[in-house]
Design a protein around this ligand. Sequence first.
Ligand SMILES: [Zn+2]
Length: 79
Amino acid sequence: MSPQWIVVIGLIAIVYFFFIKKRPTVQNSNKKNDNSTPKDEVQSNDMVECSTCGVYCEVSDAILSNNKYYCSNECLEKE
Ligand SMILES: [Zn+2]
């Protein structure tokens, strides 16, 4: 292999290196502060919004009717 080829390969390697470097790196822009949780520890239970009053309550406590969640029977009857 002649020295010229080594130079050419070296240049290609440099160009390739710059292309790799200049390629915008995928950054996790959606950094979420998981530390911003309220005092009460977030339970694993999913929270659902009451269809009537908008109060959030746990799925286990919510009343499901017509694919809508309600926090109480009152809200269920109001709807
Ligand atoms: Zn409600």
